[in-house]
Design a protein. Structure first.
Ligand SMILES: [Fe+2]
Length: 213
């Protein structure tokens, strides 16, 4: 097991909560782990953190990644009954078709949808934002290495990997029916700040200090 010096690249999760009206307003933005966990718990979404395993190269194989997190993965499977686990990853490269592949991958789950299975993702590397549309609000959860997010089945949500997707995630499934999205047709994703905007916002806050929120 590669469990040495585990947490060197752990960064904080970041949550922004918006109203879901025609002109969304920001209700909350925070990188406080306890605050984020509590806010998500209130909408039945679970966020846990695992120690990040050191020594996994970007683009490591599925076998290497699952072996590195064998104990944690086994525990989740045993406790929550998942029967399938795999690794999804996307990293920028120099190929001429990268922009097209990146855009196509991003588009796939960028509109609001639901699934009839939970959506459970552990971020091994990189980042992505899950937008959870529940009770008139949108919780935008920027997931980063070490984050295990569990979104219950039938939760309306979308996912943005940004214009330059770069992430590695372990996925857990209850069955092998394939991962399909049931799209709601609600264009709400188009009026909520996207991955690039939220990442830029967070970077400017980090550079300039908090604005009182
Ligand atoms: Fe989804």
């Amino acid at each position: 097991m590669l469990k040495l010096a585990a947490t060197h690249n752990r960064s904080m999760t970041y949550l922004t909560v918006y109203t879901d009206g025609d002109t969304p307003e920001t209700l909350l933005e925070t990188d406080d782990a306890a605050e984020i966990t509590a806010a998500l718990k209130a909408i039945d979404v679970r966020l846990r953190t695992w120690e990040v395993v050191d020594g996994l190269a970007t683009g490591a194989s599925q076998e290497e990644i699952l072996a590195a997190y064998r104990d944690e993965v086994s525990r989740v499977i045993a406790e929550e009954g998942y029967t399938l686990v795999d690794v999804a990853q996307l990293h920028p490269d120099d190929s001429t078709d990268w922009p097209e592949r990146a855009a196509a991958a991003r588009r796939k789950f960028l509109a609001e949808h639901t699934h009839d299975d939970d959506e459970v993702r552990f971020f091994v590397g990189g980042s992505g934002i899950f937008y959870l549309h529940v009770d008139g609000k949108v919780h935008a959860v920027l997931c980063e290495p070490g984050d295990l997010l569990s979104v219950p089945k039938n939760t309306t949500h979308w996912f943005d990997m940004g214009t330059s997707p770069d992430f590695t995630a372990i996925r857990f499934f209850h069955d092998d029916d394939g991962w399909v999205g049931d799209f709601t047709g609600d264009p709400i994703a188009e009026r909520i700040p996207d991955f690039d905007a939220i990442v830029a916002r967070r970077a400017s806050l980090a550079a300039g200090g908090r604005d009182g929120r």
